[in-house]
Design a protein around this ligand. Structure first.
Ligand SMILES: C[S@@+](CC[C@H](N)C(=O)[O-])C[C@H]1O[C@@H](n2cnc3c(N)ncnc32)[C@H](O)[C@@H]1O
Length: 502
């Protein structure tokens, strides 16, 4: 976000000439006065995100197909959509300087178009004229001629400065957190939470690299499953043959950089799944220590089934059985689909609230609580998420996390293992929950998660973990917190408890 394309000469007015240009001056089209299809695609996604609470990563591919965009225009629409959504708060601060009324008084489609135009002007290599004229054409086509004059005038004001010049102007009076928030396009409360968490894990000086990593596209990771008579390694071999690169971090995983993932045979068969290596790693940590045949496992919050599929695959190999629990019926259905390729003796799905799991009358030897959380550890994946989440979401989520942990402890067998996992590094969702749980349950011991995860890793993975700085507390030292900038994974958190045998 703090980087911008080199587009101006020393006088700061001319577009750069020569040198690599990602998008042509007229990209993707100055073909007509109707809305350009790539920009219209981005506009439609922004509208769905704002009006229907849609996820851009789900809506965008469908809109690209609907508009029949070619590869180049699809890339343009993707960069425009994700870049605009990610930096929305920063662009709104800039736009507030150029609009003569509070932004809330603008029609939402006009505000979305202004955000799209601002991203093109300040962060994409699109010529100023094309950025302004195409946005005006989009507004005329989609909103009406009335708003096009305002959009033209506002974007001309925005384009008077470069992004760096706007930052200089706007951050002069801001404190450090607000300034970082503006420059790296994160809400200040998230910057504060990240700073606090990094500090607790001995990484106080890594805030900027983390914020930068949140703004970069994540790699696509694959996991191979034990399913359909195949070993996990077979699926990975097939993926490698199709262009994936074997992971050097953990086994039965690969990194895919080759485009359309659904073309891989294993993905269609369900024996190869897209799953962040951080998620794979924490799920394997639960299954890591020696498994006795006949063990009963529970995934208390299983939807949509990523970790459940890996755990069921490991259960199938070891002769254990996984119960995958999920309260939302449509998500429970996704779990069933995810588990379908795996031997049916190894799993079952329960559709129900995790807080009432004791109703089953069962106890479990290994339980994962992959709790509903703010998702602040996966901001790379959901460009709109950081602006949608509010600090006011925390009390309800942390209360639910605590209730789910209580329910899990209640059905954990004596001597059993409990993994508490979040895809958030927020201290209130992680270390505070662990300390509260330990204080309520003297029968629980916090295990050292890092050596367990090291045992599961390949040399490069072991090195990544070993490079972790000293944490500030014994609790933090016992848990593992992964980070996008340090491990190349989502910021997954893992605490591993054992219930002492009576
Ligand atoms: C972080 S997601 C789990 C991701 C999943 N483990 C995976 O790897 O694909 C949290 C899940 O908890 C579910 N959930 C929400 N409330 C719950 C409750 N009261 N009991 C159990 N699960 C709940 C959500 O529907 C969501 O599917």
């Amino acid at each position: 976000m703090s980087q911008e394309p080199q587009r101006r000469n020393a006088k700061g007015r001319q577009r750069h000439r020569g040198g690599p240009r990602k998008f042509s001056q007229s990209a993707p089209a100055q073909r007509s006065r109707r809305a350009d299809p790539a920009r219209l695609t981005a506009f439609r996604v922004l509208r769905a995100v704002a009006l229907d609470d849609a996820y851009a990563n789900l809506v965008l591919p469908a809109e690209i197909r609907r508009a029949r965009l070619n590869k180049r225009d699809a890339a343009f629409a993707t960069e425009l959509t994700y870049g605009t959504l990610r930096a929305q708060g920063t662009y709104d601060t800039i736009l507030a300087q150029a609009v003569d009324r509070p932004l809330e008084q603008l029609d939402p489609p006009v505000l979305n178009a202004l955000r799209l135009g601002t991203h093109q002007l300040l962060a994409m290599r699109v010529d100023d004229h094309a950025a302004v004229n195409e946005t005006v054409a989009l507004v005329r086509d989609q909103v009406g001629a009335g708003a096009s004059g305002l959009v033209n005038a506002v974007l001309r004001k925005v384009g008077v400065r470069t992004l760096q010049e706007w930052f200089q102007e706007l951050t002069a009076e801001l404190d450090e957190v607000q300034s970082l928030a503006l420059r790296h396009a994160h809400p200040p409360w998230i910057v504060r939470a990240m700073r606090q968490s990094l500090k607790l894990h001995g990484r106080a000086e890594q805030l900027v690299p983390l914020l930068e990593a949140d703004n970069a596209a994540p790699e696509v990771h694959l996991v191979g499953l034990h399913a359909g008579g195949q070993q996990p390694g077979d699926a990975i071999e097939a993926a490698v043959a199709a262009g994936a690169v074997r992971s050097e971090v953990i086994e039965a995983a690969a990194v895919f950089r080759g485009g359309d993932i659904s073309r891989l045979d294993g993905v269609r068969e369900g024996i190869l799944r897209v799953q962040d290596i951080g998620s794979q790693w924490v799920a394997r940590a639960l299954a890591g220590p020696a498994i006795a045949p006949g063990e009963r496992w529970l995934d208390l919050c299983a939807g949509p089934g990523g970790k459940a599929a890996l755990l069921a695959s490991l259960a199938a190999e070891a002769g254990a059985h996984l119960t995958a629990n999920e309260p939302a019926p449509h998500r429970a259905e996704l779990v069933r689909k995810a588990l379908a390729p795996i031997s049916p003796q190894a799993w079952s799905v329960r559709t129900g609230d995790g807080r009432s799991i004791s109703d089953t009358g069962q106890v479990y030897d290994r339980i994962i609580v992959d709790a509903p959380c703010t998702g602040l550890g996966a901001l790379r994946r959901r460009p709109e998420a950081r602006w949608r989440r509010q600090p006011s979401d925390l009390p309800q989520l942390t209360h639910l996390q605590q209730e789910l942990l209580e329910a899990a402890v209640g059905v954990l067998a004596s001597g059993g293992l409990l993994a508490y996992v979040t895809c958030s590094p927020h201290p209130a969702e992680t270390l505070v929950q662990v300390e509260d749980t330990l204080s309520r349950h003297p029968e629980l011991t916090l295990l050292e998660a890092q050596p367990l995860m090291e045992d599961l890793a390949l040399p490069a993975g072991r090195q990544l973990l070993a490079a972790a700085p000293a944490a500030l507390s014994a609790t933090a030292a016992g848990c593992v917190q992964l980070w996008p900038h340090a491990h190349g994974t989502d910021a997954m958190f893992l605490a591993l408890f054992r219930k002492e045998a009576r």
